[in-house]
Structure formats: C-alpha cells, structure tokens
Design a protein around this ligand. Structure first.
Ligand code: GLC
Ligand code: MG
Length: 249
C-alpha cells in the first residue's frame, strides 16, 4: 500500500449512495492516517452549496477543496480561505463582465442562482435541445469579443463560462505540483461533463462511476486508455471498485 492523491467529484460520484459512502470514507480515512494519502473534492458547487451538502451528507474533511469547477481552491477547510496564487493564474485574459454581456444576448441562457456566480465563473441553465445551436454561436461570439474562455456543458443542463486556464483538471495539476504527486499515484473520479477535464489533464488513474452521464461515457469510449477505468458499480461503490482495480487499496 502506498500514499496516493485521491480526487473526486461530489454529486453523483462520491455522493449518491449513503451506505457505500460510509464504507469508502472508512477506507480513505484509514489510508490517510496510515500512509498520508491526501483527499481532495473537486466540485462544480460554490462554497455556499458545498456547505449545504455538508449538512446533508457525512463527508470527510478534505485536504483541499476545489470548488466552482476548478476556479477556487481552499486548503483550510475550517476557515475556507482561497488560494491567492491560484486566483492569480486564472486572471489571464478573463473579463467576466464582457463574457456575461455576450451571454445575455442569448434568451435560451437562464442565469443560475446568485451563489453560483463567482469571480471566475458565470453559470447558466441551458436545455440539451437549445445547446446544439447555442453553444457554437456563443463560442464564436465570445471569441469575436477577444475573450479567452473555457466553456463547459454538464449534465445536459449546466453551462459554465470559465477563464481559459480554469477547470478541475488544471486545479489538480496545481495540487500535484504543490504536494509532489505524479500521474501514477493520483486517482481522479467523476460522472459528468465537468469531470472530463479531470480525466484529460494527463495520465492520472481515472475512475468513471457506473452511473456516469452519457457525455462522459461517450468521451471515455472515444478516448480509451489503460489508465482509465469505467466501473460497473454506481457512486461510491464504483469508486471502491476502481480503487481495487488500480491496486490503490
Ligand atoms: C454545480 C454548480 C453549477 C455548475 C454545475 C456544473 O452544480 O453548482 O454552478 O454549473 O455544477 O459544473
Ligand atoms: Mg457530478
């Protein structure tokens, strides 16, 4: 058994089956105590919605929280202070006000709740049907305004406009560098579109839970690699299955 960096999405990945979560928590807590393994949550949720989830689910305190689709990193999960070095990296080419102005010209885009509008993230609801024509047009309009951005569509309903160098995968690279982990001893777990960046950042060991959304399953099938594993089991049970598959536990 060796130390590893454990990174997981929350909704419909770590969270979804309370019994399985309890079992996984137990294993991870033991591993952290025994080998110094680090636990990171990489979620689309803002800190506000993360705290809501904490009231509903028994989650271990992570060593770092990557929130708002990779745009915020919190190391101190008692005080929740953001990492300023990370914020500085994201500022490149980012103009939130202009991005929002462009997005507002699309009536199909409905603003998500206020807590999900963050300094480095503008988020909307968009139906799958509308997404087909809206996403390419939005991309080209943003580019015409000289904006540098990263557009992520998840769960057939959420559209995030982020800075160019912002996603969950890049946040994990930042943590790997800080804590000296490589791809071979990092494992990332997810279920939907905003997790593709986790799997695509490099050769991290990837666990796609059995209940994953079609956008991720399709991407997985089109990009088969020996370091990615599609579990049969759902939620935390899928994570456990994958951790065994890669011999992490
Ligand atoms: C979470 C966030 C939301 C985001 C979505 C997909 O649900 O709360 O703002 O759009 O993840 O990344
Ligand atoms: Mg998810």
């Amino acid at each position: 058994m060796n130390i590893f960096l454990f990174v997981t999405d929350l909704d419909h990945t770590l969270v979804g089956d309370k019994e399985a979560l309890k079992k996984l928590n137990h294993k991870l807590e033991h591993h952290r105590k025994e080998y110094g393994t680090k636990i990171v949550y990489a979620t689309g949720r803002s800190l506000t919605l993360y705290k809501e989830l904490l009231r509903e689910q028994l989650l271990l305190t992570p060593d770092a929280l990557v929130a708002s689709v990779g745009t915020e990193i919190y190391f101190d999960c008692q005080e929740y202070t953001t990492d300023s070095e990370w914020a500085e990296k994201l500022s490149f080419g980012w103009n939130r006000d202009l991005a929002v102005k462009v997005a507002e010209t699309f009536p199909e885009l409905i603003q998500q709740q206020e807590s999900e509008q963050r300094p480095f993230k503008a988020s909307y609801l968009l139906t799958e049907e509308d997404s087909i024509k809206v996403i390419p047009k939005l991309k080209s309009d943003l580019a015409k305004n000289d904006l540098k951005f990263n557009l992520i569509y998840s769960g057939a309903k959420d559209l995030d406009i982020l800075p160019l160098y912002a996603d969950k995968g890049l946040a994990v690279k930042f943590l790997q560098h800080k804590w000296q982990f490589g791809s071979h001893n990092t494992v990332v777990c997810g279920d939907s579109g905003n997790d593709i960046a986790l799997f695509n950042a490099g050769e991290e060991r990837g666990i796609i839970v059995g209940n994953a959304r079609s956008e991720l399953v399709e991407w997985y099938k089109a990009n088969l690699k020996s370091y990615r594993y599609m579990a049969k089991s759902f939620y935390a049970n899928g994570i456990l299955e994958g951790l065994h598959y890669f011999n992490f536990i």
